[in-house]
Structures are given as structure tokens and as C-alpha cells.
Write a protein that binds this ligand. Structure first.
Ligand SMILES: Cc1ncc(COP(=O)(O)O)c(C=O)c1O
Length: 389
């Protein structure tokens, strides 16, 4: 269903595919449809597109082409990073301790928890401050000789906060421990240079930056101990079996190119609208709080909690009023429990259940923000009157 009268303010959940990306992808469905592993000319054309896409992604993050692994999504990249390194590190040097932040996306946290519950690893959670940010000194204190991998989210999907990845990575490197960051949100908006971030592994997903859904990247620094989790053919440096999805890989590279070349220019525009949303919501709505850091956050991301407001009711009422937003992460919608992230930040239930995430995108216009800011306070009042506390 496409409804032009509904304003989309949920660009952290996904983005529309840029028409230039669609155009780049199209010939690889029905004209250059070869299997990149085939030796004939169809295969060579596909392989050329694959390797060119790899080069583009590698160049933008200052990596080598051989360090880029194409996957089927951000979640798969996170899974490969955690499972692949955890199993290799345990095998190679008996390391079975996994250190993650308590504000990871479920693709990281549920993977770590399964490694603990089914495979005997020990998962330890780092502390976060009131904004959901990890202190590098805490990483330093908790690292152990048997730590297999550390994973800290680059920019948080729910609350927008940006972690000091470069500093954390420096500490992990000095202690010889693999460091992964989930940059599925971050790579759409922030500089991603693997050497400045001091990372061994980075997860990226195309659909957050106007690329197709169902394709991602895991950057794997040369020399990182890692086993494949999808075994079969030798594709992707033996780390990810499966015939290459060339149209989607080409689409990811094109979208990344477009996102990388324009993100600095878009920043100011986003920040202006984001700050308008934050300031007006906090001013006009009683018992409202910003979640995440006020400035060290994604430029397009505003997130709130409202006391004694049911977040899902608010989303339904906003939808009826013509605004598509989210409460926390898209995956949380419909779940009556407060999110793990808001719980980790220590918010009581009567606050944490009333979360709202407003994320801006390339098509967002200032007048849409004005309309949203006019509609929201009344909706909150109505919900509070519906169930008086
Ligand atoms: C921070 C973060 N990590 C991982 C994912 C999962 O990515 P995908 O939907 O491509 O599997 C998302 C998607 O919302 C995300 O925001």
C-alpha cells in the first residue's frame, strides 16, 4: 500500500531505494545475470561487477577489497562477526569471554546470548551512562586474557547516541582482542574509516542508506581469526558461501557511494530539523524526556519517552493522523514490554513504555516537521486522558 498522504518519519527503520540505485541494479537481473563463479563471459561480467562493487565499498571505508565480505543483511554481518570470531578464538587460543554493551541491536545481543546458552561462552555486559554511551575505561577494566571479542554499537538505532568507537578500538587493539562495531545505522551518516575507528570488524546494511533491503557488508580486517557460519562454496574469501546476489551487491555499492559523497552536506539540514523536533517536543509536552545524548547523536535522529503514555497507542494515533514513526526500533513494535535499551538506561516502566522515535530522511521537508509538531501534543494529551493515572 502506498499512501502519499502519510508522512514517513521512520528513516532509521529503512529508506526508499534511490532511483539511481534501482537503475544501476536493473541490468543485473535479466541481462548480465551470470553466476560470478562461472568461467564464461556471463560469469566474467558478473564477477567484474562484484569486484568493482567491492572496490567501491573498500575505498569509502579505507579498507582493502579483500577485507570486504558481502552478506544478506546487517543481521547476518553481526552474526558472522560474533559467531565467526568467537568460535575461531576459542578454537585457536581458548578464549570464551564475550564483552558487549547492553544497548546492542538484537542481532548482536541475541547472538551473544545464544553463544552463551548453547555453546558455553560467557557474555559480560559493559556499563553505559545515562545516554547509553560506553566508557572506554570500562572496556579496559573488563578485558581479560580470555576475551574472544568485544562488540559495541557505533550509533544506536533506538536512541541515536554515538559511541567513542575509535578509543574503544585502540584499547582492544593494545590488548590483542578483536573489536567489532555494528555500524548499520552509523554508516548511513557518520565517517567510517576502519583505521580511525580501530576496528577489526564492521557491520553495514544497505537499506539504511537508500539501498535495497537484504544485502549487507561485513568488513573483516586482514588477519582476524574468523570461521564461516554459512559453509558451502568458497565465495567471499571462504567466509560466506552462496551464489552472489549481484544486483543487490551492485545496489549496495551504488547507494553507499551516493550516501558517502553527500552525507556531510546533508548533516546541517538534518541537525536543524532534528533540533527543532527535540526543542519543541520538550517545550510543549509535559513529562517528556529526550533519550540518548543531546548532541553526540545521529544527525537525523530524535527519540523521546513520555510518562504514562502507551507507545504503541501513540504510534497508532500518529499513523491515523498521517505520520509514520516508531517506538524504539521497528523490531519492537507491538511488544508491550519496555525495550532492553531503555531498561538498560534505568528508566522506570511508566516512562519506558512511552517511547517515540522520529527519524528524518532525504525527502523530509520542514513543513512536514511543523505539521508533526502541531499534531503531537494533542495526541499525547488524548492518550493521557484516555487512561488517567
Ligand atoms: C543497529 C542495527 N543493527 C542491525 C540491524 C539489522 O539490519 P538488517 O535489517 O539489515 O538485518 C539494524 C536494523 O534495524 C540496526 O538498526
Amino acid at each position: 500500500m502506498h499512501n502519499n498522504s502519510i508522512i514517513f518519519l521512520d528513516f532509521a527503520s529503512t529508506t526508499p531505494v534511490d532511483p539511481r540505485v534501482v537503475e544501476a541494479m536493473m541490468p543485473f537481473f535479466d541481462q548480465m545475470y551470470g553466476n560470478s563463479s562461472s568461467t564464461h563471459q556471463f560469469g566474467q561480467l558478473a564477477e567484474h561487477a562484484l569486484e568493482e562493487s567491492r572496490r567501491i565499498v573498500a575505498d569509502y571505508i579505507a579498507a582493502k577489497s579483500s577485507e570486504i565480505v558481502f552478506t544478506s543483511c546487517g543481521s547476518e554481518s553481526d552474526n558472522l562477526a560474533l559467531r565467526g570470531v568467537a568460535f575461531a578464538e576459542r578454537d585457536l587460543r581458548g578464549a570464551s569471554h564475550i564483552l558487549i554493551s547492553p544497548v546492542e541491536h538484537h542481532a548482536v545481543s541475541n547472538t551473544a546470548i545464544q553463544l552463551q546458552e548453547l555453546h558455553g561462552f560467557e557474555v559480560e555486559f559493559l556499563a553505559v551512562d545515562q545516554y547509553g554511551i560506553v566508557d572506554p575505561d570500562d572496556v579496559d577494566r573488563r578485558l581479560r586474557p580470555d576475551t574472544a571479542i568485544v562488540s559495541v554499537i557505533h550509533a544506536n538505532n533506538e536512541i541515536g547516541s554515538i559511541n567513542p568507537i575509535g578509543e574503544i578500538g585502540k584499547i582492544c587493539r593494545s590488548r590483542g582482542v578483536c573489536f567489532h562495531t555494528d555500524s548499520v545505522q552509523g554508516a548511513a551518516h557518520l565517517p567510517v574509516n576502519v583505521d580511525e575507528l580501530n576496528v577489526d570488524l564492521i557491520s553495514i546494511g544497505a537499506h539504511k542508506f537508500y539501498g535495497p533491503k537484504g544485502v549487507g557488508v561485513l568488513y573483516v580486517r586482514e588477519g582476524t581469526p574468523i570461521y564461516p557460519i554459512l559453509t558451502g562454496g568458497g565465495q567471499e574469501q571462504n567466509l560466506r558461501a552462496g551464489t552472489h546476489n549481484i544486483p543487490y551487491i551492485v545496489g549496495l555499492a551504488k547507494a553507499f557511494e551516493l550516501a558517502r559523497s553527500g552525507y556531510k552536506a546533508r548533516h546541517n539540514n538534518y541537525i536543524q530539523m532534528r533540533d527543532q523536533v527535540v526543542n519543541e517536543v520538550l517545550e510543549t509536552i509535559q513529562d517528556s524526556k529526550l533519550t540518548g545524548h543531546p548532541t553526540q547523536r545521529l544527525p537525523n535522529h530524535a527519540s523521546f519517552i513520555f510518562k504514562n503514555v502507551d507507545g504503541n497507542t501513540l504510534l497508532m494515533m500518529l499513523d491515523a493522523a498521517g505520520y509514520a514513526c516508531s517506538s524504539g526500533s521497528a523490531c519492537k513494535t507491538g511488544d508491550p514490554e519496555p525495550s532492553d535499551v531503555l531498561t538498560a538506561l534505568g528508566y522506570p516502566r511508566e516512562w519506558a513504555l512511552g517511547s517515540l522515535r522520529v527519524t528524518l530522511g532525504q525527502p523530509t521537508k520542514p513543513e512536514e516537521i511543523d505539521g508533526f509538531l502541531t499534531a503531537l501534543p494533542d495526541l499525547i494529551t488524548q492518550i493521557r486522558e484516555l487512561v488517567p493515572h
